[in-house]
Each structure stands twice: as C-alpha cells, then as structure tokens.
Design a protein around this ligand. Structure first.
Ligand code: BGC
Length: 378
C-alpha cells in the first residue's frame, strides 16, 4: 500500500515537473498581447487592403489598415476603465477610399505644405503636384496615405506591433529619388503607441513623415473642453495660404500660447483664421524623445494623451476644415472641431527656408525619427 502510494506521488510529481518544464520556457518568451489580420477590402485596382487588430495587456485595442497605414480605431480605457474609441475614422475601406482629410494616415513624402510645389536641391529645380491651391500638401494627390504598404506583424514580451514598408519610385508626385520607407507601430503594455520612421533614398529628397490621426479623447462631440499644454515658446507665422513667412514668433501674449495648460476652446475664436481654429506649427522647446512635448487631458472621461518626439516641430490642427459632410464610425458626424491632430514634423516648407532645420535626406544617409503617443486616465 505504502509502495503504491509513494509510486503514485512520484508519478504525480514527475507529471507536474514535465508540465512545468514544458510551459516554463514558453511562458518566459511569450508575447504579451495579440495581433490578428483580416481582409479590410479591395481597392478599385483590385489590390487588397488588410486590417490588423493589436491588443495589449492593459485594455488598449488598436486597428490599423495597410492602406495608407491608417489607424482606424483606438480603444483606450477612461478613468472608470471603460474603453472608448478616441480616433476619428470609418468602419469600412470605402470610407477611406472616398474623399477624407487624411484620417489616421501616414503622411509623406512631405507632411504639410511646400510653397507652390517648388524647391531646389543642389541647383536642380523640382516641381511637385499642386494639390492644395497653388501649394503641395501632404505628399500630393496620391501620397503615402493612399498606397498599400507591405506589412508584417510582430510581438515582443511587452508589446505588439506592425512594420509597414513602401518603396516610392523616383519621380512619384514629382519627388526625386527611389525612397524606401519603413514605419513601425508598436503598442506597449504600458499604453504607449510608438511610431518609428526610417528611410533611405538614392537621390537627395525632402522628407517629412508623420501620423495624421484625429483624436477626440471623449470619443464624440467637440474638442473645445480638452485641456492642452504644448512645450513651445514659438510658432511659425504663416501667410494666407498657410505657408510660413519665415518668422518664428513668440507665443507669449498670443492666442497660440499653450505653455500653461488651457482648454482648446479658450482662445479658439481669437485665432482669427478662416476657417477658424488652430492650424499652426509649434517650434518645440524639447530636444530629446524623453521630454514631454504635448499633454492633453479630457476632464470628463479623465483620458490623458502625451506626445514625445525627437522632431523640431508639431502641427496642432483642430479639424478646422471638417464641415459636417462626413459621417464616420458610430454614426458620428464630423463637424468643425470634432477632432485634433498633433503631427510631429519638420517645419512646413522647410526645403524653401534654409534657416529652418533641414528636411533633406541625402543618398547614403538614413532618415530616422521616433514619436510616442502615451495614453492614461485619472
Ligand atoms: C494641415 C491642415 C489641413 C489638414 C488636412 C493638416 O495637417 O495643417 O491645413 O487642412 O492637415 O489636410
């Protein structure tokens, strides 16, 4: 009896050891969240767009399509833990294929405007497609927001992500050089969404890649009650076609001052633009990715968004051109000031302003930049 009993214990112990042994190494190396891929739809030229769903271990779900690298949905918990979708966008590919102002997209080759679509590098004159009045905006008619990116997903111990790549041909939209771009989106378990952009080119070219998601931390309604801090003492003054005049003006004493926290609504009317609102490039005081560039708090949901970047500027855009003609997810009608963007960037029209930080990538160099959006609630 005793022998049978101890044999049983031995077998049990061995069994436990075998199970523990086979689980342990997997558990250690196991990825934190999940990434799944589904068909999103077909483009008119029959190419296929996929949609990736990334879920971390802290209640955040991110959906991205490889059509324009567009973030279509971002569920973030509020202060009670209830998730809400905090980006503007559409449920289906058709919404993105129709006219819309860069919802959720990667913008490139050059985020924001280049005056009259013209610039010169090493004595060579280039003319881009003029798609915004006389100016070139956000990479042209078919910019990086409207192409299919190659996409691979990945997982690490504490994050999930996707790696998007696109080869832009020499001459595309008027830009010089074959430009190879790689953009990774990493969602960490501590609710950081990290964007890393890198690129190489075989000819000198302007480059200014950014992310054009429109946020509304309340999930709907207007954004006027959001409280904002931008670590910038100056902004680039623009003419009436939104091209920088070259002047970097102190924000102090102007409606553009967000160095101390204030609501978006407080000085919105005083911005005086047509259409009304903020659409300005801030010259960041921050120098390193670790420095806080922007903080947004939505007091009712308690959601907080922080922006960290190594870029010299950030375009603060308050959805001024949204006019109620687009209806997105959850039957949300996108009216003026339904969402805001913080597009980290080189200054607009840098190729025509030698005194701005250079935005020219030369052959043999690698463009590399990182921006982090960090989410929390209190
Ligand atoms: C620009 C706006 C433009 C918007 C949508 C922003 O980055 O600064 O002027 O209307 O993108 O195209």
């Amino acid at each position: 009896m005793k022998k049978i009993f101890s044999a049983k214990i031995l077998i049990l112990a061995l069994g436990i050891l075998i199970i523990a042994g086979s689980c342990a190494p997997k558990e250690l190396g196991q990825a934190s969240g999940t990434v799944t891929k589904q068909l999103f739809g077909k483009l008119p030229d029959s190419s296929v767009a996929d949609i990736y769903t990334l879920i971390n271990h802290s209640g955040v779900t991110l959906k991205v399509t490889n059509y324009g690298g567009r973030i279509t949905s971002l569920l973030v918990p509020d202060k009670t833990g209830k998730p809400g979708d905090i980006v503007l966008g559409f449920d289906s590919l058709s919404g993105y294929l129709a006219n819309n102002p860069y919802f959720g997209a990667i913008v490139g080759r050059y985020g924001n405007r280049i005056a009259k679509g013209k610039f010169e590098i090493d004595g060579n004159q280039y003319t881009l497609v003029q798609n915004n009045g006389v100016n070139a905006l956000h990479g042209g008619i078919k910019g990086f927001d409207k192409v299919i990116w190659k996409c691979e997903d990945f997982k690490t111990e504490k994050s999930v992500g996707i790696k998007l790549s696109y080869l832009s041909q020499d001459g595309e939209e008027g830009y010089p050089g074959n430009l190879n771009s790689v953009v990774t989106y990493t969602l960490t378990d501590d609710n950081q969404l990290i964007f890393e952009y890198s690129a190489t080119s075989d000819k000198s070219t302007p480059i200014n890649l950014t992310q054009h998601s429109y946020f509304n931390l309340a999930g709907q309604g207007d954004i006027k009650g959001h409280e904002v801090m931008i670590a910038a003492s100056k902004y680039t003054v623009v003419d009436n076609t939104l091209i920088p005049t070259g002047e970097l003006r102190d924000v102090k004493g102007t409606p553009f001052d967000f160095t101390a926290v204030k609501t978006i609504g407080q000085d919105l009317a005083a911005t005086g633009g047509t259409p009304l609102g903020f659409d300005h490039n801030y010259v960041l005081n921050t120098k390193k990715i670790k420095d806080l560039a922007v903080r947004v708090v939505e007091p009712i949901s308690g959601r907080i968004m922080e922006v960290y970047t190594d870029q010299p500027g950030v375009q603060f855009y308050t959805g001024n051109f949204l006019d109620g003609t687009l209806t997105g997810k959850n039957a949300n009608v996108y009216k003026q000031h339904s969402g805001f963007c913080f597009e980290t960037q080189h200054f607009p029209d840098s190729p025509n302003h030698p005194d701005f930080p250079t935005a020219i990538l030369k052959p043999g160099e690698t463009y590399h930049t990182t921006t982090i959006y960090k989410f929390s609630a209190r």
